[in-house]
Design a protein around this ligand. Structure first.
Ligand SMILES: C[S@@+](CC[C@H](N)C(=O)[O-])C[C@H]1O[C@@H](n2cnc3c(N)ncnc32)[C@H](O)[C@@H]1O
Length: 203
């Protein structure tokens, strides 16, 4: 119940502040981590941009010859992103994913951090299902422990590298490629992020 309320408040933020949020994030430089991801998947492969926000990375992937499916649970962001990338954006949540062996890569940049920890296991299962064998998922979280609501009313799960490695270990089809922290400037100061790359193993 609390989870549902927190998620609604999170989406309320993205829906009501969509234009401002796009302005804040559309030009963020994520090139280093994005190139790391692209080097792990086939050139021109199919990417799911999960929680695409402004569409910044979908647009980059499309402009570089990749096939892209973009998804976001905020209807306002999905609409703005769709205009930005010139392609429909699916307005649904990561809890509603139902793809099967469709993607070479799943790019979940700062999006799964809004998923309640109680739902992470199920969402990770859907992500694994959606990946082709050898497919790669990238996810980023704020580094820390527990769950919290920030000053903008958004829900966050925070993870340490140990907790994330443990979560992935619980999914037999996934193996960790790389988990590392990174400190980056964001609005009011520096923040530590947890970057996670995992691969769907061939059975
Ligand atoms: C911090 S923003 C990151 C946006 C974008 N990936 C980026 O890196 O700029 C989080 C995004 O996740 C989306 N989101 C939040 N909850 C979601 C959910 N349950 N399913 C799918 N997307 C969700 C938000 O609407 C928002 O676009």
């Amino acid at each position: 119940m609390v989870d549902a309320i927190s998620q609604n408040l999170t989406l309320d933020f993205y829906n009501t502040q969509a234009m401002q949020y796009v302005a804040e994030t559309v030009d963020l430089d994520v090139s280093t981590i994005r190139n790391f991801f692209l080097n792990l998947i086939p050139r021109g492969g199919h990417i799911l941009d999960l929680g695409c926000g402004s569409g910044r990375d979908s647009r980059f992937f499309l402009n570089h010859g990749y096939s892209v499916t973009a998804v976001d649970a905020s209807s306002a962001l999905a609409k703005l992103a769709s205009e930005f990338i010139g392609k429909a954006v699916e307005n649904r949540s990561f809890q509603e994913l139902d793809y099967s062996e469709t993607f070479d890569g799943i790019w979940a940049c700062a999006s799964l951090l809004h998923c309640p920890k109680s739902e992470m296991d199920s969402v990770m299962h859907k992500i694994t299902q959606a990946l082709k064998p050898n497919g790669i998922v990238y996810m980023s979280f704020k580094y820390g422990e527990g769950e919290r609501v920030d000053e903008r009313g958004r829900f966050f799960n925070d993870y340490t590298d140990a907790d994330m490695t443990q979560l992935i270990a619980e999914h037999a089809d996934l193996e960790v490629v790389e988990v590392f922290t990174e400190s980056k400037p964001l609005r009011s100061g520096f923040q530590t992020w947890l970057n996670v790359f995992a691969k769907k193993q061939i059975k």
